[in-house]
Design a binder for this molecule. Structure first.
Ligand code: PXP
Length: 243
């Protein structure tokens, strides 16, 4: 099988820092630690309300790491402008609602306004690989391809949050979605809510080439440390991938 990379989302290191308003724990230090532990890239989401990652985090991390940076963002003029200036390797366009605790579902590409197409075009013109976070719905995936996206990221949250005995239909849908992405010529990423328990099924989907995992790893850091959690996740990915 093709390699499966792990991009670690460090948003919740910033959540913890912001709880006390100081500088510890530093998301840049966390990014360096997870890369040292074997992560393949770093994901961060600069939200409109700056509830976790702040502008200076993005600037510092962009300047300090050579590994691919995946900038998660809403399709807004402000975020496209920041991405055009900083030129991360990847941007993942997500829906964003102010009142949500976390990204609640995939972007509705079929009903998105014209700015989504402009965002994909401008980011691509800046040399950034663009992915769109979607549900495992072939129509949404084909719409992402029609906009010129390089990849889609499948929303794994519904699968991951389901009781173990209820996951099978969600997993089947994700497999179909991965297949539809490959058929549309798109790279297929996956993420949201993944843990040690759920990564295996996702990593065994051959078309999935990258997973983005954050909350579970930062939570697990409380018990075993962030580098150890990343190493264990990488080992589970390698095992599921047959290597
Ligand atoms: N992928 C996307 C598009 C997300 O919005 C998030 C959450 O920020 C993740 C992956 C990571 O999800 P989690 O923190 O639950 O691992």
């Amino acid at each position: 099988m093709t390699p499966l990379t792990l991009s670690v989302n460090i948003d919740h290191v910033a959540t913890l820092r912001n709880a006390r308003g100081g500088t510890h724990p530093d998301p840049l230090a966390a990014a360096l630690a997870v890369l040292e532990a074997g992560a393949d890239g770093i994901t961060l989401h600069l939200r409109e309300d700056r509830r976790h990652i702040r502008d200076h985090d993005v600037e510092r991390i962009r300047a300090a790491i050579a590994a691919p940076l995946n900038f998660e963002m809403a399709a807004t003029e402000e975020m496209v402008g920041i991405a055009e200036r900083l030129r991360p390797a990847d941007c993942c366009i997500v829906p964003e609602k102010r009142a949500e605790l976390t990204t609640e579902g995939g972007l509705d590409v079929l009903r998105a306004g014209p700015f989504l197409a402009e965002a994909v075009q401008r980011l691509s013109a800046a040399g950034i690989r663009v992915s769109i976070f979607v549900e495992a719905d072939p129509a949404q995936i084909q719409a992402a391809a029609a906009l010129g996206a390089h990849a889609i990221e499948l929303h794994t949250g519904t699968y991951a949050d389901a009781a173990p005995e209820a996951r099978a239909p969600h997993l089947a849908r994700l497999r179909e979605g991965a297949h539809a992405a490959a058929a549309a010529g798109l790279a297929c990423h996956a993420g949201h809510g993944l843990s040690y328990e759920t990564i295996g099924d996702i990593a065994r989907i051959p078309e999935v080439s990258e997973v983005s995992i954050g909350h579970f790893l930062v939570g697990q850091a409380v018990f075993e440390g962030l580098p150890a959690a990343v190493r264990r996740m990488k080992a589970l990915i390698a095992e599921a991938r047959g290597g």
